[in-house]
Design a protein around this ligand. Structure first.
Ligand code: DOR
Ligand code: ZN
Length: 339
């Protein structure tokens, strides 16, 4: 049977929540990934080093004993973030980045930044301390079409941020459009991007055609096929600017199958299986290790993991539920299995 072995990968964009959900989802991530960049959009958001260390301890407690996994913590950037907190974060060995959510862009983003141009003094401090800025790159204007929000964010904010802060390392998270890919490709080496499994595998028809499918709803929302194809080409290109970030974002099933369903796809259960299927379909398995295991670590200036994982080409069916979470592709077949 065909197998594929690669250096243990890192998930450079992950939501693990806290409490009961954390226990369910973390074991899925920890069996595949050596480390993950942990998103800070809890309720209340993780805005201080002290809060992040408490959260980190909760995560460490939830890691199964049989695996070694390291959570890489981030802080939520708000208009109220102080220069002292940025300095504390820079001094902490456990804080790897700050995350910027435009206010109201997505799950638990009420504390986000209303006008990005007004926090330039904070961006200058991140640049000075060499702390990466992670971006949810969508504007939130109610009149801006939801399918155009990423592109508008680039035009309105990102072009200027890159110009004003040439040494600020930043990650445009979960890119979804041709425009975002082209922007990242054309920018300096300080600018990188993560790509999710759902944006590589599906276009918006998966969510909207033949009945509305809430488990395919995430933000930024799935786009047209032309955008998906551009993302696939970026992921399999071997360009170090593009690396793995699942954006696995668990929500209880009833909160997604709802008149006002939450945004987020749960992919952590089989993230490497999903990416491997895509890279295999594209005859690009030789490019998967760079994307999954090297480029993210290199961007964050971390040593690459030393262990390996192996997947086997074997069909299996994704369960309907993991506890009360409906996974991406629930009830459908995957072609690769982690062994
Ligand atoms: O779909 C999403 N879900 N996008 C995000 O940016 C946040 C995430 C979540 O936390 O649920
Ligand atoms: Zn996210």
């Amino acid at each position: 049977m065909k197998t594929f072995t690669l250096t243990r990968p890192d998930d450079c964009h992950l939501h693990v929540r806290s409490g009961a959900l954390l226990k369910t989802v973390l074991r899925h991530t920890a069996r595949q990934f050596g480390r993950a960049i942990i998103m800070p959009n809890l309720k209340p958001p993780v805005t201080t080093v002290a809060q992040a260390l408490v959260y980190r301890d909760e995560i460490l407690q939830a890691i199964p004993e049989t695996v070694s996994f390291e959570p890489l913590m981030t802080l939520y950037l708000t208009a109220a973030t102080t220069l002292e907190e940025i300095e504390r974060a820079a001094q902490s060995e456990h804080i790897y980045a700050f995350k910027l959510y435009p206010a109201g862009a997505t799950t638990n983003s009420d504390a986000g930044v209303a006008d990005v141009t007004r926090i330039y003094s904070l961006l200058a401090a991140l640049e000075k301390h060499d702390l990466p800025l992670l971006l949810h790159g969508e504007v939130t204007d109610i009149e801006c079409d939801i399918f155009d929000r990423e592109q508008r964010f680039i035009d309105r904010y990102l072009i200027d941020i890159v110009k004003q802060f040439p040494n600020l390392r930043m990650v445009l998270e979960h890119v979804t459009t041709k425009e975002a890919v082209q922007f990242v490709e054309g920018a300096d080496s300080t600018v990188a991007a993560t790509i999710t499994p759902q944006h590589l595998l599906f276009n918006r028809n998966a969510m909207l055609s033949g009945g509305i499918k809430p488990h395919y709803y995430c933000l930024p929302v799935l786009k047209r096929e032309i955008h998906r194809l551009t993302l696939v080409n970026a992921a399999i290109s071997g360009n170090k600017k593009f690396f793995l970030g699942t954006d696995s974002a668990p929500h209880l099933t009833h909160l997604k199958e709802n008149a006002c369903g939450c945004a987020g796809c749960y992919s952590a259960f089989g993230a490497m299986e999903l990416y491997t299927q895509l890279f295999d379909q594209e005859n690009a398995l030789d490019k998967l290790e760079g994307f999954a295991s090297f480029y993210g670590a290199d961007f964050y200036r971390l040593p690459r993991n030393v262990g390996k994982i192996t997947l086997q080409k074997q069909t299996w069916t994704v369960p309907a539920q993991y506890d009360e979470i409906t996974p991406l592709k629930a009830g459908e077949e995957l072609m690769w299995k982690l062994i």
